[in-house]
Design a protein around this ligand. Sequence first.
Ligand SMILES: C[S@@+](CC[C@H](N)C(=O)[O-])C[C@H]1O[C@@H](n2cnc3c(N)ncnc32)[C@H](O)[C@@H]1O
Length: 270
Amino acid sequence: MSSRADRHDLYQRAVQCVEAEIDFVDAQFKRLRKRTAVRLREDFCGTANTSCEWVRRRATNSAVGLDLDPEPLAWGAANNVSKLTPSQRERTRLEQGNVLDDHSNDLGHFDIVLAMNFSYWCMKERATLLHYFRRVRESLAEGGVFFLDFYGGPDAIRVLKERRPIGRKNARNSFTYVWDQAEYDPISSDCTCYIHFRFPDGSRIDRAFSYHWRVWTIREIREVLQEAGFARSTVYWEGDDGEGGGNGVFTAAETGEACPSYVCYISAER
Ligand SMILES: C[S@@+](CC[C@H](N)C(=O)[O-])C[C@H]1O[C@@H](n2cnc3c(N)ncnc32)[C@H](O)[C@@H]1O
């Protein structure tokens, strides 16, 4: 089963929910700016799954996916962009490039820039993160908003493995997603995480994806956003499902809850 599986397909099914992500950024942009966003840039886009969802949403929407690595970009072009209608395809551009470079001349300015799946955590030095946030701010149009996701809580700095079954039990395309926080160094805050996939026939894809990150805090991120010139940042905290879990509804908050682990969003207004 592992030899027939495609790691990008498994990743998209296990990790991403692009519909919910776009619902969230679209609604928050409207709330903040009293208009709908049109142009979106997806930084660290990988397979550009989110960009494709953005152009499907409205006939006026356009998206640019930006990533350093040609391999996921090529996969995204062949498997995601290819499934769009001709009109949606015309409004989607995939670009190989470094998010740290100035892209305002070649790619233009955007209403929304996204940095999701915690990808900006690959920037371990504060100066590098500040440089990136400055670049994002320069690439935003008047009234533009930068959205980032974030995870934290005491579990984020533990060595642990989390397993989650995906698909119907023993169905042909079912598998287990394993999030492996393999290393964490309390002195540097550096961590190494892997995604593994396990299949019902016992086969596996170990280290399908590897991440070398710094575990940041929300406060540090907001301070760097402010230093980069963003006028205001907002944290969106998830509501409670009444059984100790999240309910998928993220609302602006100034204080959070001391839970073992959480995912939240941050917006920064140009
Ligand atoms: C955590 S993955 C997220 C991928 C994507 N968001 C997805 O869900 O498919 C991180 C991605 O960031 C890209 N990346 C890392 N550093 C980058 C940089 N400086 N500029 C552009 N892309 C970068 C990697 O090539 C990789 O595809």
